[in-house]
Design a protein around this ligand. Structure first.
Ligand SMILES: C[S@@+](CC[C@H](N)C(=O)[O-])C[C@H]1O[C@@H](n2cnc3c(N)ncnc32)[C@H](O)[C@@H]1O
Length: 186
C-alpha cells in the first residue's frame, strides 16, 4: 500500500513538474516567437537522423553538425556516438536543457553545447544544420541560414521548411498523421 501511494505521488510530482516546465518553455519562447521544448521522437526523429546519416556516411572529411535548439540532445547524441570522427554542436538557450545534455553526453568527446540564442550563432562552418521550425520562425531563420551556410551545407528541418532555401526532399507521414521533415540546401 505504501509503495502504491509513493508511486502515485511520484507520478503526480512528475506531471506537475512537466506542466510547470511547459509553461516556462512557452514563456521563454515568447508564446510562439520561438519553439518551446518538444523532444524529437518517433518516426520524425528517425527521418531526421536517417537524412543526416546518409550525409555523414559519404563524408570525405570531418563534418560539423549544428542543432539550432538542441533541447535535451535527442538528435545529436545518437549521431555523436555513431560517428566519433565528426563534430557535433548543440545550441540551446535553456540552461536546464543544457545541463541535461551535458550529463547525457558526459562520455562523448566530439560533442559540445552552447547556451545561447541560436540567432546569434553563426552556421558558416556547418555541413549539416538541424532545426525545428514554427511558422513564425520560417522567415527569420531562413534569412539567417541563406546568408550564412555554404553551398554544400544540408539543412534538415522538422515541422516546417525554411524560407529562402531550396527544397531537396520532403518526407511526409502517411495521411498527414505525424510531423514532416524537410531536407534543404542553398
Ligand atoms: C522543438 S524543441 C527541439 C528539441 C530537440 N530536437 C530534442 O529532441 O530535444 C526546440 C528547442 O529549441 C530551443 N530554442 C527555441 N528558440 C531558441 C533560440 N532562439 N535559441 C536557442 N534555443 C532555442 C527551445 O528551448 C527548445 O528546446
Amino acid at each position: 500500500m505504501e509503495y502504491f501511494v509513493f508511486l502515485i505521488l511520484l507520478i503526480g510530482y512528475a506531471a506537475l513538474f512537466y506542466v510547470i516546465y511547459s509553461v516556462y518553455s512557452l514563456l521563454k519562447g515568447r508564446f510562439g516567437v520561438f519553439a518551446p521544448y518538444v523532444p524529437s521522437v518517433g518516426k520524425s526523429k528517425k527521418n531526421m537522423l536517417d537524412l543526416a546519416r546518409a550525409e555523414l556516411l559519404q563524408a570525405e572529411k570531418q563534418m560539423t553538425v549544428i542543432d539550432l535548439g538542441s533541447g535535451s540532445g535527442s538528435l545529436l547524441l545518437p549521431l555523436a556516438k555513431e560517428f566519433p570522427d565528426h563534430r557535433f554542436i548543440g545550441i540551446e538557450y535553456d540552461w536546464i536543457l543544457i545541463l541535461v545534455s551535458l550529463f547525457r553526453s558526459r562520455k562523448l568527446k566530439n560533442i559540445e553545447w552552447h547556451k545561447q540564442n541560436f540567432m546569434n550563432y553563426s552556421c558558416e562552418k556547418a555541413d549539416i544544420v538541424f532545426c525545428y521550425l514554427l511558422k513564425t520562425m520560417q522567415e527569420r531563420v531562413g534569412l539567417k541560414l541563406a546568408r550564412e551556410i555554404s553551398d554544400s551545407c544540408v539543412v534538415i528541418t522538422e515541422l516546417y521548411p525554411v524560407n529562402h532555401l531550396r527544397l531537396v526532399k520532403a518526407v511526409k507521414p502517411a495521411f498527414n498523421l505525424g510531423i514532416p521533415v524537410y531536407k534543404m540546401r542553398k
